[in-house]
Design a protein around this ligand. Structure first.
Ligand code: SF4
Length: 61
């Protein structure tokens, strides 16, 4: 979600990429490539799945 913050909210793509690169590949957006639909849910109603979809379109397209 920090990558999303930097990329989508601050348009700071350098920090977004640095943050993404710090996450182990099997735990980062690259692991999301195998999911057709994100099932992540937040108890505080933050649209995690929507943010994942945005990140997928940015980094997996
Ligand atoms: S459920 Fe969502 S966050 Fe988890 S791997 Fe799939 S797309 Fe990624």
């Amino acid at each position: 979600m920090r990558t999303y913050m930097y990329a989508a909210q601050y348009a700071n793509f350098t920090h977004a990429r640095m943050t993404l690169d710090d996450v182990p590949a099997d735990q980062s957006i690259f692991a999301c490539g195998s999911c057709s639909e994100c099932s992540a849910r937040c108890s505080n109603s933050i649209n995690v799945a929507g943010r994942i979809d945005t990140l997928k379109s940015m980094y997996l397209a």
